[in-house]
Write a protein that binds this ligand. Structure first.
Ligand SMILES: NC(=O)c1ccc[n+]([C@@H]2O[C@H](COP(=O)([O-])OP(=O)(O)OC[C@H]3O[C@@H](n4cnc5c(N)ncnc54)[C@H](O)[C@@H]3O)[C@@H](O)[C@H]2O)c1
Length: 246
């Protein structure tokens, strides 16, 4: 018996890092998983085997998300859990950030999370319940230098999570987020290239006193929230950061 036997799930960002670890974790506990990503989803699905399949989708494209959710629900026969994990970011001085890159980061991290919720919710409402797991960040809770777009997008995910949790709390739909600190994945490379003249000491605020997390530790937090043990969790933002936000 697995914790998620026969649960039907969509996971974005499943081609790499936290999304991939989450797909593996939920599938190992019995879930059927649609692995969604721009790239790498097929590899994750084939690593999992029969209980997973891949869908290529740009979450920043609302009509692509509408089609992706419809296709996933059609194959899965319904939708019990949505995990919004896809995300991007980079270091840039705010006075040098291009409007295009600012929009791109907001579009993937915040709009993409909204679009997936938007098109998943009708299926959950029709079925009488569901669970939405979002990915915030410590950068959405405290300021992080050279990351205005990323911080704004993740702060947006925090409030989107709280707003939807409140809106749907009488509809048996739980909405919660994890806020990881540094986690060993590809995105970290985007945050190691310091911009010119950056004062490295400003980084001390966002550096964890313990080694950075393994993606499987974030996946376990998602699994706890989505499990029956997490029945009373909604609207929560669970920091998993080794003590950055205390
Ligand atoms: N790794 C960390 O230190 C850390 C800390 C806090 C929050 N996060 C968040 O965790 C989430 C997962 O990131 P990760 O650490 O696993 O990094 P990652 O780069 O390994 O994974 C991100 C995945 O998102 C996918 N993606 C990017 N843009 C997409 C788009 N438009 N449509 C569909 N998929 C897209 C990428 O292809 C990639 O597979 C992100 O939301 C990130 O902001 C990560």
């Amino acid at each position: 018996m697995g914790k998620f036997d026969n649960k039907r799930m969509v996971i974005t960002g499943a081609g790499s890092g936290i999304g991939k670890a989450t797909a593996i974790k939920f599938a190992s506990e019995g879930a059927y998983v649609a692995c969604v990503d721009l790239r790498g989803a097929a590899e994750t699905a084939s690593e999992i085997g029969g209980s997973a399949f891949a869908l290529e989708c740009n979450v920043a494209d609302a009509s692509a998300v509408e089609k992706m959710i419809a296709s996933a629900v059609n194959t899965l026969g319904g939708l019990d859990i949505l995990a919004n994990i896809a995300g991007i970011g980079h270091f840039k001085w705010s006075h040098e950030e291009s409007p295009e890159d600012f929009d791109r980061i907001l579009s993937v991290n915040l709009n993409g999370t909204f679009y997936c919720c938007r098109y998943a919710l009708p299926h959950m409402l029709e079925a009488g319940g569901g669970i939405i797991l979002n990915t915030a960040s410590t950068a959405g809770l405290i300021g992080q230098p050279w990351s205005a777009a990323y911080c704004a997008s993740k702060g947006g995910v925090v409030m989107l999570t709280r707003a939807m949790a409140y809106e749907y709390r009488n509809k048996n739909i739980r909405v919660a987020a994890v806020a990881p600190g540094g986690t060993k994945t590809n995105i970290v490379k985007s945050f190691t290239d310091l911009p010119k003249d950056a004062d490295y000491s400003l980084m001390s605020k966002i550096m964890s006193p313990v080694p950075i997390a393994d993606p499987s530790e974030i996946a376990s937090a998602f699994a706890y929230i989505a499990s029956d043990d997490g029945r009373f969790i909604t609207g929560s933002i669970l920091t998993i950061d080794g003590g950055i936000v205390c």
